[in-house]
Design a protein. Structure first.
Length: 256
């Protein structure tokens, strides 16, 4: 049992390390892939109304902007959109998306400062969201910015499913490793050792009649040497008996 434990424990530890490393890499790659997929969706959507929004920001058309943001919400993983002025103050947002009077998103401020797009995952009001913020520029002047929010809760669900699936695989692999190791140890080590020990016991007590046949496994060389030793002992015992036979006959005659 100790031999089996010493063999199984390192194998399971190595399997656990490999499984964790593989799962981490897989989860990381899947997270990046899903985030990139949401970013592509956000880019396509942003490009579809960027020019229109530019005109409305220039005209300060608040009602039109409000109608626009209310149209987008809870459709195909889209949580909504929010529009900001040049200072990062929210002008309009899809109902229920942002808290009233909330501070400007740092991602929106970064997009305004760098005149570039910002894509990231963030938790807002307890919801995991993908945010794609983009500044609206005309003649090198910031008119404002807008952010597209996608529901990213399914990403966490997908990643948890990967961890769970790989954990089940690890448990099955550990069970197979344990069973295989026990069978191999029993067949190749503990079984032959027990059989060999029993044969040596019989040899010591003079009960072993047939020579021991090596099974050809790990103990094969030792068993072969023991078989030769047993043969030598048998020959020596026979020679001793042969030499003692005349003495026994003389002793019997004397007694008679």
């Amino acid at each position: 049992m100790k031999i089996t434990t010493r063999l199984v424990a390192p194998l399971i530890l190595v399997a656990a390390f490999v499984a964790m490393a593989f799962s981490y890499t897989q989860v990381r790659s899947e997270r990046i892939r899903l985030a990139e997929d949401l970013e592509r969706r956000a880019v396509v959507l942003a490009e579809s109304f960027q020019e229109t929004l530019k005109d409305w920001l220039r005209q300060n058309a608040a009602q039109k902007i409000n109608r626009l943001v209310k149209q987008f919400g809870n459709r195909d993983k889209l949580a909504g959109i929010a529009v900001y002025d040049a200072e990062g103050k929210a002008l309009a947002s899809t109902p229920g998306l942002l808290e009233d009077g909330s501070e400007p998103s740092r991602h929106v401020l970064k997009a305004l400062e760098e005149n570039a797009s910002v894509s990231t995952l963030e938790k807002i009001k307890g919801r995991n969201l993908h945010i794609y913020a983009l500044s609206v520029v005309e003649d090198e002047k910031n008119l404002g910015a807008f952010a597209v929010f996608h529901d990213a809760a399914y990403i966490d669900a997908r990643l948890k499913a990967i961890w769970h699936r790989n954990f089940v695989r690890f448990l099955i692999l550990s069970l197979l490793i344990t069973i295989t190791t026990v069978v191999i140890v029993r067949w190749s080590i503990t079984g032959p050792i027990a059989s060999f020990a029993e044969w040596l016991k019989s040899l010591r007590t003079g009960k072993a009649i047939t020579p021991y046949t090596p099974r050809g496994y790990i103990l094969g060389p030792l068993e072969a040497e023991a078989a030769l030793l047993a043969k030598s002992l048998a020959l020596a015992r026979a020679a001793a008996e042969q030499e003692a036979a005349p003495l026994l006959r003389e002793k019997r005659k004397f007694v008679s």
